[in-house]
Design a protein around this ligand. Structure first.
Ligand SMILES: *[C@@H]1O[C@H](CO)[C@@H](O)[C@H](O)[C@H]1NC(C)=O
Ligand SMILES: *[C@@H]1O[C@H](CO)[C@@H](O)[C@H](O)[C@H]1NC(C)=O
Ligand SMILES: *[C@@H]1O[C@H](CO)[C@@H](O)[C@H](O)[C@H]1NC(C)=O
Length: 384
């Protein structure tokens, strides 16, 4: 019973028709080193209701699991935290923390809200947690196998950066920056074994974040992968197989994150990749661009039918600061919520045109980076 309730809660926002006005009840969590915040966003401003200090934590990634669980990594150690978050009483309380692998930078719950994977960038391991009934207990840690990519500095060891649950809920893809590969992890019977390892990126690209396409479907036809070091988005066509490998990939397109034929600034490192809930647009953050501010790029998804989807780079807009490590899209698709680790704006809401997916260059709702005491935020997401 509990599982089906949770599933409904996960699916509901995806099925909601996109609207142009932001519901006044939109609640977001955001975080910087040592702090987690709860705010409402009304389409023109953020009102922060909770500003909580949690010393010796670095919650660089959070995962909200309805109704009240908020999980957080600790980027500077090896524990994963569980908070109880209540949007009625405006409280965030630390309830427990458990030891896992070191340097976890991303958390993702499965579709049923019963298991959660943590990508241990620092340790090269992927933690599997039991989160049933709002709990937190470690089931196993998976070691990401090599071989390593060619960059001696960034690819000195396996560095799983993210694990993403596929639409069936059965598989997780782990993007490993250190080994230029995507691991396919099969959760069937709670085994969480690596059943396939696809080294399907140009050498030295450094896979970071990915999204399954289409959003809200029973099965994915494509996976879009953002590579941090190569500053490319790669489109893969997927094949769910019955040969024991779970899912196989075919590369269909490789696109420069700065646009076709554009110069990539030396040292640039793409950060986040987001798919709009209407499946029409992809957005990504370009970091370390050397410009006054970094940017969010817009890529149109052209669906030609018969599982032929083409990525068309449109343009980019300012992120409002520098170091947009992470950003997210509102459930109704009307706003991007962006965090910048440095520069003027720590948080900026960017309005998205529901018709053509274009991004407004004027910010709607901002929080100055001065409110973060030199430790700009790294995570923001709508939870309600
Ligand atoms: C998908 O994988 C199966 C093996 O499970 C294979 O028989 C089939 O040809 C593959 N389809 C494509 C389009 O590659
Ligand atoms: C949204 O895009 C459509 C199509 O390009 C355009 O006609 C409309 O004016 C845009 N809306 C806003 C608010 O800019
Ligand atoms: C959080 O509260 C502190 C102390 O009142 C304040 O200095 C800081 O600006 C607040 N930060 C945010 C992001 O609201």
């Amino acid at each position: 019973m509990r599982i089906s309730t949770l599933s409904a809660a996960f699916i509901a926002p995806a099925l909601a028709a996109p609207t142009t006005s932001q519901a006044s009840s939109t609640k977001v969590v955001y975080a910087n080193s040592g702090h987690i915040y709860l705010a409402s966003y009304d389409g023109s401003k953020f009102t922060t209701a909770v500003n909580s200090s949690f010393p010796n934590t670095d919650p660089s990634w959070l995962a909200f699991v309805p109704p009240n669980s908020l999980y957080a990594v600790n980027d500077i150690a090896s524990n994963t935290f569980l908070y109880n978050i209540n949007t009625n009483t405006n409280t965030i309380k630390q309830t427990t923390n458990k030891q896992g692998s070191g340097g976890v930078v991303h958390l993702e719950a499965n579709k049923a809200g019963t298991r959660m994977l943590g990508a241990g960038y620092g340790s090269g391991k992927i933690d599997v947690w039991n989160i049933e009934n709002g709990g937190l207990s470690l089931i196993k840690s998976i070691t990401s196998p090599g071989p390593l990519g060619p960059d001696p500095d960034r690819q000195d060891a396996p560095h799983p950066h993210q694990t993403v649950n596929d639409p069936t809920g059965r598989y997780f893809f782990a993007n490993d920056l250190g080994t230029d590969s995507i691991l396919v992890i099969d959760s069937q019977n709670d085994a969480f074994n690596i059943v396939n390892r696809m080294a399907v990126v140009p050498a030295g690209s450094g896979p970071r974040h990915g999204v399954f396409y289409p959003f809200g479907a029973a099965k994915a036809t494509h996976y879009f992968l953002l590579c941090e070091m190569g500053n490319v988005v790669i489109s893969y066509k997927l094949n769910y197989t019955d040969n024991g490998k779970g899912i196989e990939f075919t590369t269909t397109q490789v696109l420069n994150t700065f646009g076709p034929n554009s110069q990539k600034p030396a040292g640039a490192g793409a950060g986040e990749l987001v798919l709009s809930p209407d499946n029409k647009d992809l957005y990504l953050s370009n970091r370390l661009t050397g410009q006054a501010t970094d940017n969010i790029a817009h890529i149109k998804l052209i669906d030609n039918g018969a599982d032929n989807v083409q990525l068309l780079w449109i343009n980019s807009v300012s992120s409002g600061g520098t170091g947009p490590r992470m950003f997210s899209i509102s459930n109704d698709g009307s706003s991007l919520f962006v965090t910048n680790q440095d520069g003027a704006l720590g948080v900026a809401a960017i309005s998205r045109n529901a018709t053509d997916g274009s991004l407004d260059t004027k910010f709607h709702g901002t929080i100055s980076n001065s409110a973060f005491g030199g430790q700009g935020p790294q995570y923001i997401k709508q939870i309600q």
